[in-house]
Design a protein around this ligand. Structure first.
Ligand SMILES: O=C(O)CCC(=O)C(=O)O
Ligand SMILES: [Fe+2]
Length: 196
């Protein structure tokens, strides 16, 4: 069985973390397979009227299309390795998923800005299961309205699983900051259930 998911002490949220969800050997193999087989793409976002490359590579696989920055994206069909990961994450989190967004942080200069995964097609209380492979990176939470609560950070390890559910996206934002420390490339997979 999987190592247990431990609940983080975060008010107005339901966040669980398993630092060693996969063994180091399994994590290394998944990392290499995903590096090679995923169709990594450099997407751009519109920022102040300019097209700016995102500070990471991304890919979207699954059963349903999704809207992102106002554009409808057709998903790519599941790869066997992604289905194997989905199954394990579904068992551990006791939730079904039909899509996965992959992010590749090539260096400490790659990052993700503050956001919540609160798109309407994810429903009111989305369950998001996030796998991390490769270099350690900081992951921070910031409450949207309660200024008395300090931002909280955890380190997401090689082979870890983070589960966000309940009201988490409603009350909290999260991000991956850039870092000047030398870090190995990191792959993150967020499994989601897209409705409709
Ligand atoms: O890379 C991470 O751990 C965060 C990814 C994330 O927040 C997202 O894809 O929505
Ligand atoms: Fe997110």
């Amino acid at each position: 069985m999987y190592p247990p998911l431990e609940r983080l002490n975060l008010p107005d949220a339901e966040v669980y973390y398993a630092p060693h969800f996969f063994s180091p050997i399994a994590s290394d193999l998944y990392f290499q397979e995903l590096m090679q087989e995923v169709n990594w793409r450099q997407e751009s976002v519109q920022l102040f009227g300019k097209q700016v490359p995102m500070p990471r590579l991304t890919a979207w696989y699954g059963d349903k299309g999704y809207s992102y920055s106002g554009l409808y994206n057709k998903p790519q069909p599941w790869l066997p390795v992604l289905l194997a990961l989905k199954e394990q994450v579904e068992q551990a989190s006791k939730q079904p998923y039909n899509s996965v967004l992959l992010n590749l942080y090539r260096s400490g200069q790659d990052s993700m800005g503050w956001h919540a995964d609160d798109e309407p097609e994810l429903g009111a209380q989305p369950s998001i299961a996030s796998l991390s492979l490769g270099g350690d990176r900081r992951f921070s939470f910031k409450h949207r309205s309660r200024k008395d609560l300090k931002a909280t950070s955890i380190t997401l390890h090689h082979g870890s699983l983070l589960l966000m559910q309940g009201a988490t996206q409603h009350h909290w934002l999260h991000h991956i900051p850039k870092t000047k420390h030398p870090v190995q490339p990191r792959i993150n997979l967020t499994f989601r259930l897209v409705k409709g």
